[in-house]
Design a protein around this ligand. Structure first.
Ligand SMILES: [Zn+2]
Length: 263
């Protein structure tokens, strides 16, 4: 705790804006310029696309329909100016997000998520990582931890520190999210899909499907997560307010109907 405070104070003393607040009100360390982090996200996405084939046809249209329904209900001026959401050929049931608004859903996940509301849960979760600037936070904490306070202290002047941090940004966007960030993405994602008129109860069913799919490497959004019981409990704790958001959205005319694409 002491160490973290010192690091924050150090960053502040060097004139960096060290702290931001996540959409759910959590204080975050954010040492990087968001445009730099977004640029690294784009680079990583370009690299990913070289070795992965985008799924065309119904799966792609289905996910685009669901993503569009959520995007159009995002608060004005929040998040990237453009989202890139796609389905890619990979049989592992997984999904991930990169800063700059890139969301990738694997074809393998399309078999585990049984309806539009379950897929909206995944899309909402991934968008939540982007909206909450989790990559900047992860990269910031990782840079300070891996370089160590001693190294930072031995650096003289802002330029050298910027270089040090810049090196961190290049790999930082590919770091796995922390458990706390995963929990936050679950809850924020639940709100996002509910505000678009999807059924938030589907989040519980999706997690059960994922648990029974089992096997192989744990998916991104499960890897650093509490177990399925804890995850369900956290979602249930927010379910009443999410149901209300969904009802209000539907009453206001947000009644997504992407399922017909899938049939
Ligand atoms: Zn996640």
């Amino acid at each position: 705790m002491m160490r973290k405070t010192m690091l924050g104070a150090l960053a502040l003393s060097l004139g960096l804006s060290a702290c931001t607040t996540s959409p759910l009100g959590r204080s975050q360390l954010s040492l990087f310029d968001s445009s730099e982090i977004d640029q690294q996200g784009q680079k990583a996405f370009d690299e990913y696309r070289k070795s992965h084939k985008q799924a065309t046809g119904r799966d792609g249209q289905y996910v685009t329909c669901i993503a569009d329904a959520i995007i159009k209900t995002l608060p004005e001026g929040q998040g990237p100016s453009k989202w890139t959401v796609g389905v890619y050929q990979d049989e592992e049931p997984n999904a991930f997000a990169l800063p700059g608004g890139y969301v990738v859903i694997n074809t393998g996940l399309m078999k585990v998520a049984k309806n539009q509301d379950q897929i909206a849960t995944v899309v909402g979760h991934e968008m939540a990582h982007v909206l909450a600037n989790h990559a900047n936070e992860r990269t910031s904490t990782q840079s300070l931890t891996s370089t160590g306070l001693g190294v930072v202290q031995s650096v003289t002047g802002n330029n050298a520190l910027a270089q040090l941090l810049g090196a961190g940004a290049q790999y930082g966007v590919l770091l796995p999210y922390s458990r706390r960030q995963e929990s936050e993405a679950d809850l924020l994602g639940l709100d996002l899909m509910a505000r678009a008129g999807f059924d938030p109860q589907a989040s519980i069913a999706l997690w059960q499907n994922m648990a029974s799919a089992g096997g192989g490497q744990p998916p991104e959004w499960a890897s650093t997560h509490p177990n399925s019981g804890e995850r369900s409990e956290a979602l249930k704790g927010r379910m009443q307010s999410a149901l209300k958001l969904s009802e209000e959205a539907r009453a206001a005319g947000h009644t997504p109907n992407c399922g017909n694409i899938k049939s």
